[in-house]
Ligand binder design. Structure first.
Ligand code: SF4
Length: 433
């Protein structure tokens, strides 16, 4: 027998104010009975015969009658019965757990997940959870008195917590008293949540996978406890209201917090795509995304000709930091503009200092994943100098696909990397790898 997830995309969370949650702000489809029936019919119509457990996920509360009106809820329960569903898992805030509603589920093993987050009323107020431990306890008792099971979500690493480990121990012990199972969730910044703003301002930071597992280590063998290190595919997405104009040259445009959080993400969360085994450092370009610039278009053409592109991990070196090709069209990498003609000797020095450190840190974390480190950079560029410093500090061999002889001949040109001889070098030297 197996389980199937139903994603509830109706209405909106009645509370929608939790500091860490971006989902609660999303407005779903109008929960009219017509819409609900259509969606439920389509879901149950495609259900494989061996499915006997349905898990309903979605922001908000399945038991909130504004989000799923009673008629829709009853229709869903009826469809569960007709389809032979043995177990149903739904999510709800405590205030929507009512005895008369629970009776409607009789005959189905009901499990209700409640996002308690932490067993601390003071922190629950600070994160604007909108309920207290007493509310959770009342809901839990009511659920148990109707033979339903309680599944409790706890967030690991909430802001305002002084000692994460101690606070987690307390929360787990408390939640075990009132729950049948617990999920320990690694808190990551949701798009459009207030936590995202705190992260960008440096007031809070996420835990890497290793940091998370280290903290929850004492609970891994408990059969009532599950771990969820990544509840969604985490990529730093800046909502429009947080974005800034990042055009300029100077310290602000080198170590801006929006660049720094991305560099931290690349070190502590990012995983190199599986098939990439050759690291190729490339220059950035004035035009964004980089691949729309003439230089990058020509470089990409050559990489495609080499048949090696799949294995090559293209990483651009810029004042915004290192930018893997797959992120080039994300803010802030598609939104900055560093005009080289405005560079002073002092800022060039800082660029080399900051950039060599960024490259070194990146190679320390990810270097072992690559078989080779290559670049296609002008020899007299600050990016090349920074790369050389980083590789020499780490004892890593690095090769410039642009040969020194070719560069001597073309260095006076306005855009030397676009020169046919440079691009021929790129392809030729790549084929010898
Ligand atoms: S965490 Fe739950 S209750 Fe809070 S805003 Fe998000 S969906 Fe609503």
């Amino acid at each position: 027998m197996s389980e199937k997830v139903f994603l509830m995309k109706f209405g909106r969370c009645a509370w929608h104010q939790c500091l860490f949650c971006g989902y609660g702000r999303i407005k779903g489809k109008e929960p009219s009975i017509g819409n609900l029936r259509k969606e439920f019919d389509s879901f149950f119509g495609k259900l494989e015969p061996d499915v006997d457990h349905i898990k309903v996920f979605g922001s908000g509360s399945f038991l909130d009658e504004k989000q799923i009106p009673p008629e829709g809820r009853r229709y869903f329960i009826q469809k569960c019965r007709e389809s032979g569903i043995r177990k149903l898992t739904i999510e709800s805030r405590p205030e929507f757990v009512k005895g008369d509603v629970l009776k409607e589920f009789e005959g189905i093993e009901l499990e209700v997940s409640i996002g308690l987050e932490i067993a601390d009323d003071g922190i629950l107020d600070k994160i604007d959870k909108g309920f207290h431990l007493r509310d959770f306890e009342i809901a839990s008792r009511l659920l148990h008195s109707h033979n339903a099971r309680v599944r409790t979500y706890l967030l690991v690493n909430l802001p305002f917590v002084d000692d994460i480990k101690k606070s987690l121990d307390r929360s787990v012990k408390y939640a075990l008293e009132f729950s049948d199972s617990i999920v320990l969730i690694n808190l990551l910044p949701h798009y459009r949540s207030r936590l995202m703003n705190m992260w960008v301002r440096g007031e809070w930071n996420f835990l890497s996978r290793d940091e998370f597992y280290k903290i929850v280590n004492g609970w891994v063998d408990n059969p009532r406890i599950e771990l969820d290190v990544e509840t969604f595919r985490f990529i730093p997405r800046f909502p429009p209201e947080l974005r800034e104009d990042l055009s300029g040259v100077g310290e602000r445009y080198l170590t801006h917090p929006h660049f720094e959080v991305w560099q931290d993400y690349l070190l502590r969360w990012y995983k190199i795509p599986g098939e990439k085994e050759i690291l190729l450092f490339l220059p950035c370009s004035h035009r964004k995304p980089y691949s729309a610039s003439e230089t990058h278009r020509e470089i990409i053409k050559k990489l495609n000709e080499s048949n090696l592109r799949k294995k090559i991990h293209e990483v651009m070196i810029s004042n915004a930091g290192l930018v893997p090709r797959e992120f080039e069209d994300y803010y802030p990498f598609n939104a900055y503009d560093w005009d080289e003609s405005l560079e002073t000797e002092e800022i060039k020095k800082r660029y080399i200092e900051v950039t060599s450190k960024r490259i070194e840190n990146y190679l320390k974390v990810h270097g072992h994943r690559y078989k080779k480190v290559l670049c296609f950079l002008k020899y007299d560029s600050e990016s090349y100098t920074a790369l050389k410093i980083a590789c020499s500090n780490l004892g890593i061999d690095m090769m410039n696909l642009l040969s020194p002889e070719t560069y001597r001949r073309i260095r006076g040109y306005k855009r030397p990397l676009l020169d046919k001889r440079a691009l021929d070098d790129l392809l030729h030297n790549l084929e010898f790898q």
